[in-house]
Design a protein around this ligand. Structure first.
Ligand code: ATP
Ligand code: MG
Length: 665
C-alpha cells in the first residue's frame, strides 16, 4: 500500500465522514426502531379501539334481537285470539293457524302457550304434544312469578328440542371438530341448543292473568344475527377477496353460528375457541381483546360473554377484524417512515461529506503545497477561502512559505558571495605564489651572479687596464687600433654587466630614512638631462609639493628611478617626452612617482616577463634594470606598477606607503 493510499484511507475527510455517518446512523436507527414500535403500537391500539367499538355495536344488535323477541311476545300475548283460546280452554278453530302465522312472522323456532300452572296448552310446532309442565323453564317460571315479559339467552336441553321437532333437535346437534389451539375437549358432541328465548304474560281484556306465551329462536346454524352484525358493523367490507369483519356466536366454547370461513369456504362452525380465550371469557366472565388466530388467519379480536337469565356465562359473542389490512397499513407507514429516515440520512450525509470536504480540502492543498516546497518550489500559495481556524492556518502557512522562500534566497545569495570571495582569494593566492616564485628566482640568480661577478671582476680589470694602455701606446693610424678599441669597449660592457650583477646581487638592506620622493626625482633628472640620449627628449615634471615623506633608502630609490628613466629614454631614442609626476593617495595612504614616456609601449605578451633577470629586448641591454628595481621596491615593501598600451607609451609607477611600518624596519 502506497503512502498516498494510506493518506487516502486515514485522511481527515474519510475520518470526518465516518464520524458523521456514525453520528447520523445511530440516532437514525434508534429513531427508526422507536418509530416502528410506536407506529405498530398506535396501529394496534387503533385496531383494538375499532374492534371494541365493533363489539359494542354487535352487542347492541344481539340485544335488539332479544328486545324485539320480548316485545313481539308481549304484543301477541295480549291478543284476543290467544287469551280467548285459553279462556275457552279450546285450541281449536282459527287459533292454530294464527299461532303458526305468528311463529313464522316472528321467525320463531318455538312458540308455546302455557296455562297459569305452567302446563303446555298449545305447542305450535307440535300441537299433539301438550300438557307437559314448563315450570322448570326459567322464563315461564319468571313470568308466572312476576307477570311481566322477559327475554334472554338460554341453553335448551335436547329433550325439550325433541318436543318441538326432530328437525329442531337435529339443527342443534353438532359434532365438535378438533381445533388446534383449543383446550382438551370435554365432549365430542353437542346435543343441546342455544336459544334467544322470551316469555310474556297472557292477560284477558279484563286483565286477568291466564297463561304464558313463550317463544324462542335456535341460534345453532342460524346465521341471521352474525350476518346482520357483519352487514351493519363491517358494511360487508372485504380485503383482497377476503371479508374483513367477522362475527361468531359460541355455545360454551363451540362455534354454532359464524361467518368466519374455513379453508373450503364454508362457515367454520363446530370448531372451538382457543383455550386462552375460553379461560378468560367463559371461566373469568371477562371481555377479551387481542389479536387471535381464528380458524386460518390472524384477527384483531374481541370476545364478550353471553349470559343466561340468571347471569351464568353460557356462551360468547365474538367480533374480529382481519389483521392483514392493519398489517399492510403498518408496513405502508413503516415504509414511508423508513423512507423519510433514509432520505434524512442521505441528505445529512451529503451535507456531512460537503462539510468534510470543506474542512479537508484546504488541509489537503497545504499538504500538496508542502510536498512541492520540499521539492524546491517556493512559489506555492494556498487559497484562504474562509475566516475560520483553517483559513487562519492557511494564512499562516502562506506567510511561513514566503518566509522560507526569503531565507532560502538569502542562503543562496550568501553562497554566491562566498563563491566569489573564494575565487578572489584564490586569485590573490595565485598572485602571491607567482610573486614568491619571482622572488626566489631573483634570490637564486643573485647568489650565482655574485660569485661569478666577483671572480670575473679582477681578470676583467686586468684586461681593461692592459688593453687601455696598449691603445694609448698605439699611434693614431695604427691598423690594430680599431680592434683594440673594440676590446676596450666590450670589456667596458662586461664591466657594466658585472656591476649590474653585483648591484642586483648585493641586495643590501635599505637604510631607511624619511625621504622626499620629489627630491629623488629631481636628483635623477639632474643626473641624466645632459646625457646625449636625453637630448631629443622633453622632460616635464609635475611634482606635488605637499607629498608626505616616506621611509626609504635614498640611494636605492634613486637607483630605481634611474633605471626606469633610462628605459624610457631607450624607448624614445627617436625623441619624445618624459613626464614625471608625484602624487599622494589619501585613501591608501601611499606616495607615488609616475614616470611616463611616449615610446612604442610594451607588447602584451612580454608584459609579465619584465621583472625577470636578464630579460631584455635590447641589443646591449643586460635585462637587469627592472629586476634590480623590483628587488629594491620589494625590500621597501613598496610596489612597482607598469601600465603600457602598445603604440601610446608606458607609465611606470613607484609606490611607497607613507605609514610607518615597524615590522622589519
Ligand atoms: N619604458 C619602456 N618602454 C618600452 N619598453 C620598455 C620600457 N622599459 C622597459 N622596457 C622593456 O623591458 C625590458 C627590460 O628592461 P630592463 O631595464 O630590465 O632591461 P634593459 O633595459 O633591456 O637592459 P639594461 O637595463 O641593462 O639596459 C627592456 O629590454 C624593454 O624591452
Ligand atoms: Mg634598462
Amino acid at each position: 500500500m502506497g503512502a498516498q493510499d494510506r493518506i487516502a484511507k486515514s485522511s481527515i475527510k474519510v475520518k470526518l465522514t465516518k464520524s458523521f455517518s456514525i453520528a447520523i446512523l445511530i440516532p437514525s436507527l434508534v429513531a427508526a426502531a422507536v418509530g416502528v414500535l410506536m407506529i405498530r403500537e398506535q396501529i394496534y391500539e387503533q385496531a383494538q379501539a375499532q374492534v371494541t367499538s365493533d363489539l359494542e355495536s354487535a352487542k347492541e344488535i344481539y340485544q335488539n334481537y332479544l328486545e324485539r323477541l320480548k316485545d313481539s311476545l308481549r304484543i301477541h300475548a295480549t291478543r284476543m285470539i290467544v287469551y280467548g283460546a285459553l279462556e275457552k280452554n279450546d285450541p281449536g278453530g282459527a287459533f292454530p293457524r294464527e299461532m303458526e302465522r305468528i311463529r313464522k312472522a316472528e321467525k320463531l323456532d318455538v312458540l308455546t302457550l302455557t296455562d297459569t300452572s305452567g302446563n303446555v296448552f298449545y305447542r305450535t310446532c307440535n300441537p299433539i304434544f301438550r300438557g307437559d309442565s314448563q315450570t322448570r323453564d326459567p322464563f315461564v317460571k319468571y313470568v308466572l312469578q312476576n307477570k311481566e315479559p322477559v327475554s334472554s339467552t338460554d341453553i335448551v336441553a335436547p329433550e325439550e328440542l325433541l318436543k318441538e321437532s326432530r328437525g329442531l333437535a337435529d339443527k342443534a346437534s353438532m359434532e365438535i371438530k378438533f381445533t388446534p389451539k383449543a383446550g382438551p375437549p370435554s365432549r365430542t358432541h353437542l346435543d343441546s341448543g342455544m336459544m334467544l328465548k322470551g316469555a310474556a304474560p297472557v292477560f284477558t281484556a279484563d286483565n286477568r292473568f291466564v297463561g304464558v306465551l313463550m317463544g324462542g329462536v335456535l341460534l345453532n346454524r342460524n346465521y341471521d344475527i352474525v350476518d346482520k352484525i357483519r352487514k351493519t358493523v363491517f358494511k360487508l367490507e372485504s380485503y383482497e377477496g377476503q371479508q374483513v369483519g367477522t362475527a361468531t356466536i359460541f355455545q360454551d366454547d363451540v362455534r354454532i353460528s359464524t361467518n368466519v370461513q374455513n379453508e373450503e369456504g364454508d362457515r367454520a362452525i363446530q370448531t372451538r375457541v382457543s383455550a386462552e380465550v375460553a379461560q378468560a371469557v367463559l371461566k373469568g366472565g371477562n371481555t377479551w381483546r387481542s389479536r387471535a388466530f381464528v380458524v386460518n388467519d390472524w384477527y384483531i379480536a374481541a370476545y364478550e360473554p353471553v349470559r343466561n337469565l340468571v347471569g351464568d356465562t353460557i356462551g360468547m359473542l365474538y367480533v374480529g377484524s382481519l389483521e392483514r389490512p392493519y398489517q399492510d397499513m403498518l408496513w405502508k407507514n413503516l415504509y414511508v417512515f423508513l423512507g423519510i429516515i433514509l432520505l434524512a440520512v442521505a441528505s445529512i450525509s451529503v451535507v456531512a461529506i460537503r462539510v468534510a470536504n470543506h474542512i479537508s480540502q484546504p488541509i489537503r492543498a497545504m499538504a500538496d503545497a508542502a510536498k512541492k516546497i520540499s521539492e524546491g518550489d517556493y512559489s506555492q500559495k494556498v487559497e484562504v477561502s474562509s475566516e475560520t481556524e483553517i483559513g487562519f492556518l492557511a494564512n499562516n502557512f502562506n506567510s511561513m512559505v514566503s518566509e522560507l522562500a526569503r531565507a532560502h534566497q538569502e542562503l543562496r545569495d550568501w553562497g554566491e558571495t562566498l563563491e566569489r570571495k573564494v575565487e578572489q582569494r584564490t586569485a590573490e593566492l595565485k598572485a602571491m605564489q607567482a610573486h614568491l616564485i619571482q622572488s626566489e628566482k631573483l634570490a637564486g640568480v643573485g647568489k650565482l651572479a655574485a660569485g661569478v661577478a666577483h671572480e670575473i671582476n679582477n681578470p676583467l680589470t686586468c684586461v681593461l687596464t692592459n688593453s687601455s694602455l696598449m691603445l694609448s701606446d698605439l699611434p693614431p693610424n695604427h691598423p690594430q687600433r680599431e680592434d683594440l678599441q673594440t676590446i676596450v669597449d666590450e670589456t667596458l660592457r662586461c664591466r657594466k654587466i658585472v656591476k649590474g650583477l653585483l648591484d642586483f646581487a648585493r641586495q643590501t638592506k635599505p637604510q631607511k630614512q624619511p625621504l622626499d620622493l620629489n627630491k629623488v626625482a629631481e636628483d635623477v633628472i639632474l643626473l641624466v638631462k645632459n646625457q646625449a640620449s636625453f637630448q631629443s627628449i622633453a622632460i616635464r615634471t609635475e611634482l606635488d609639493s605637499k607629498l608626505p615623506a616616506v621611509l626609504a633608502d635614498a640611494d636605492q630609490m634613486r637607483q630605481v628611478v634611474l633605471n626606469i628613466i633610462l628605459n624610457a629614454a631607450d624607448a624614445m631614442s627617436q625623441g619624445g617626452s618624459l613626464s614625471i609626476r608625484s602624487c599622494y593617495d589619501s585613501k591608501t595612504k601611499e606616495a607615488m612617482l609616475k614616470i611616463s614616456d611616449t615610446g612604442p609601449g610594451i607588447p602584451e605578451e612580454i608584459q609579465n616577463k619584465l621583472f625577470e633577470p636578464f630579460f631584455t629586448t635590447k641589443k646591449t641591454g643586460t635585462g637587469l634594470g627592472l629586476a634590480i628595481a623590483y628587488g629594491i621596491m620589494e625590500r621597501h615593501k613598496g610596489k612597482l606598477k607598469v601600465e603600457s598600451s602598445p603604440g601610446r607609451g608606458t607609465t611606470v609607477s613607484v609606490i611607497l606607503s607613507t605609514e610607518v611600518k615597524t615590522a622589519d624596519d
